[in-house]
Design a protein around this ligand. Structure first.
Ligand SMILES: [Zn+2]
Length: 516
């Protein structure tokens, strides 16, 4: 259907950074613009700027929304009206939108009006339908890679938490020190100690147990030189950190013993929770339901509510609790059917080699981006370290007060911790190239077997990747409905179908497989 394509030499450039942090670095946006501009020059295209005096491209600022935002719509409206523009150039396809569904829809709709999207970094464009499919695939793979990675990274963090190391920002009254030397440190092996304020907070807990009201406690604290608000005091009393516990969403709201000096014993802390709420129990540890890993993920097609699970005579069952639904079914049966669904999502074996190559390419390009990011982050870290030395020197010579010094240092240290977490993530990404290709391929080609062998966590992960919004079970049809599946599988289907179609009828032009 290439006859509909606009054939002019005018184009627009689209750039986007996904976080305010990247925007601050600046380099990223400039770099994107440069890549796109080089492409335009090489292909003798005239660029239509958003602001021609400044030569500013479309997008260009921080668009945090997952959806295609206002700035992108502004550009699309222009290319719809101005038929002399034939191309949109972006540095990489994933700059169009972070949301896969949106980006693919956008590619399809632009193709329909004859506009081509070009990826400057690789030269791929959407001018014919096979290339458009490849673009969709690249986008999907990049997103899937992110999802799998985010999960892994998260698991790494979780491990940290489980071992009692606390990596987040410390609550009021704590400072991190090396337990051997007593020197302040940001290392993960450090221990959290109560500082001067923390010692006063210790009194607050004791007073609370003795029956003082919060107002009286605030009064007493302020006479000791610690002035805080009512809300802060409430947060302190509610926070199990002061009882030496780390609580985190990452731990499914469970708690572990942290490397923390306690301001109150855990038993006393529990008593305070009772005093405060009269309703004990919210802090209970949640337990995994090991043999019903789909609990909460299967949705009843009748009422849309997630199924719960229960155990009877050693067997597990899923159940819809809605009055009127009264649906329950054995876990064994529901799991077998679920495995069939996963099998249906797998990449056909004969296409594995093709996909492996495609996935490899996508990830390699992503790596180049990460190398650039790493350089920027290291540069920023060095600058902050310089600032810390400068600040320390000024404090030593009495140029600045202790208060100013401490607050500046805290801010610097927080930023350095963030940078180090990002660097750690980048490093992990770069070192695991082949493993990531394998992971994605495995995820897409062997899902059902993988699921069968997997532990609870992995099963949850697979479910989250395959059906991020839950999977519907239709009791009338006695089977699952798969319309909620991850968009990556739609793209894989389209590519597989197009590939088979070509193989069967090599002479025929592949027509409209990317529409809709
Ligand atoms: Zn129901």
């Amino acid at each position: 259907m290439n006859n509909q394509l606009r054939k002019t030499n005018k184009c627009v450039i689209w750039t986007r950074v996904s976080t305010a942090k990247q925007e601050k670095d600046g380099g990223s946006l400039e770099y994107q613009k440069k890549l796109c501009l080089n492409y335009a020059k090489e292909h003798k295209l005239n660029v239509v700027w958003r602001d021609s005096e400044q030569e500013s491209p479309f997008g260009g600022t921080h668009e945090s929304a997952k959806q295609i935002g206002k700035l992108c719509r502004e550009m699309i409206n222009l290319v719809k009206k101005d038929t002399s523009i034939s191309k949109i150039i972006c540095s990489q396809f994933d700059r169009l939108s972070r949301d896969r569904g949106d980006a693919i829809k956008l590619m399809d709709s632009l193709r329909a009006i004859g506009v081509t999207i070009v990826e400057a970094i690789s030269g791929t464009d959407t001018s014919d339908s096979t290339a458009a499919l490849l673009a969709c695939f690249k986008f999907s793979t990049a997103t899937l890679d992110n999802e799998i990675r985010a999960d892994k990274f998260y698991n790494g963090r979780k491990h940290c938490y489980e071992s009692g190391a606390y990596t987040g920002v410390l609550p009021l009254g704590y400072t991190r020190k090396d337990p051997k030397t007593g020197v302040k440190t940001k290392s993960l092996n450090s221990y959290c100690y109560l500082d001067d304020k923390g010692q006063k907070i210790r009194f607050a807990f004791a007073w609370k147990l003795q029956g003082y009201t919060n107002g009286e406690i605030l009064d007493k604290l302020s006479r000791m030189g610690l002035t805080i608000t009512k809300q802060t005091l409430n947060h302190i009393f509610n926070n199990p950190f002061y009882a030496g516990k780390i609580q985190s969403k990452m731990l499914d709201n469970g708690m572990v013993d942290g490397k923390i000096e306690k301001a109150v014993s855990y038993m006393d802390w529990l008593k305070i929770q009772k005093i405060m709420s009269d309703r004990a129990g919210w802090y209970k540890h949640k337990k995994h339901v090991e043999d019903a890993p789909l609990k909460g993920d299967i949705l009843c097609a009748e009422c849309g509510k997630p199924l719960t699970a229960y155990r009877q005579k050693g067997h597990w069952y899923y159940k819809c609790n809605t009055i009127g639904c009264k649906f329950n079914m054995s876990a064994v049966k529901l799991h077998a059917k679920y495995q069939n669904v996963l099998q249906g999502l797998e990449i056909p074996r004969e296409l594995c080699a093709l996909y492996e190559e495609m996935i490899g390419k996508v990830i390699k390009e992503g790596n180049e981006e990460k190398v650039r990011q790493t350089t920027l982050l290291k540069k920023e870290r060095t600058e902050i370290e310089k600032k810390i030395s400068a600040c320390t020197a000024r404090y030593a010579t009495g140029e600045i007060s202790k208060d100013i010094y401490s607050s500046a240092i805290t801010a610097f240290e927080t930023r350095i911790r963030e940078i180090e977490a990002d660097l750690e993530e980048c490093g992990e990404i770069l070192s695991n190239y082949q493993k990531r290709v394998n992971d994605i391929l495995l995820m897409c080609s062997n899902t059902s077997t993988w699921w069968d062998d997997a532990d609870y966590e992995t099963r949850k992960r697979i479910q989250k990747l395959a059906f991020p919004n839950g999977i519907l079970y239709d009791r009338q049809k006695c089977n699952y409905r798969t319309e909620n599946r991850n968009g990556v599988f739609d793209v894989i289907d389209r590519i597989s179908a197009s590939y088979r179609h070509k193989k069967e009828a090599p002479s025929e032009e592949d027509a409209s497989s990317c529409a809709g």
